[in-house]
Design a protein around this ligand. Sequence first.
Ligand code: PRP
Length: 214
Amino acid sequence: MRYLTFALTKGRLARQTMQLLEKVGIRCDEMNDPSTRKLIFSNEELKLRVFLAKGPDVPTYVEYGAADLGVVGRDTILEEGRKIYEVLDLGFGRCRMCVAGPEEAAKLLNGQEQIRAATKYPRIARDYFTNQKNQPVEIIKLNGSIELAPIVGLAEVIVDIVETGSTLKENGLKVLEEVCPLSARVVVNPVSMRMENERISSLLGDLYRAVSGT
Ligand code: PRP
């Protein structure tokens, strides 16, 4: 039997996913050792390997088949636009993609005039303004601390993830529009889905039952 390989998003999502995998009987012992710098772990009995990658790289590993399955946020799936199947909503990592800014910026979201939006997610932001709102937009790509952009005058609004809303609040910004809901998803390589259908379907069934409590 060949190894089934799982790519997980490093950090909080990986920890939550490991807890879920343990619930369905998949353990990779060394992975729970907080001092480890190892990036890949295996379960010899089940012929499974799990590795940790940066979120935006997870769809890449899965598209190329270097990982059969992945767990990644829906934001990253939409932004990367890879040829992968999104097969299961794990229900954790829930948050929202939003347009945010100072309250006065709400009037600029009228679908008419050109607006400047800063974001870590240029594809999602462009798609939203162009296809949903039909509003001309200039997208400015940033890599983090996006909330700074409207405060220092780089952009009028931002398109960013809002979880508790406290980053916006502490910086005097508000949610102006909701783009879409987000959460952690399981993605699968299309060829793996065909070649390893039995193993993958049974694993997805176990995960589905564990997250839905049925
Ligand atoms: C994300 C996001 C917001 C914040 C939202 O940033 O970009 O800044 O979390 O969370 P909240 O609504 O609970 O305050 P992250 O911490 O991932 O860091 P980043 O600024 O580097 O993107």
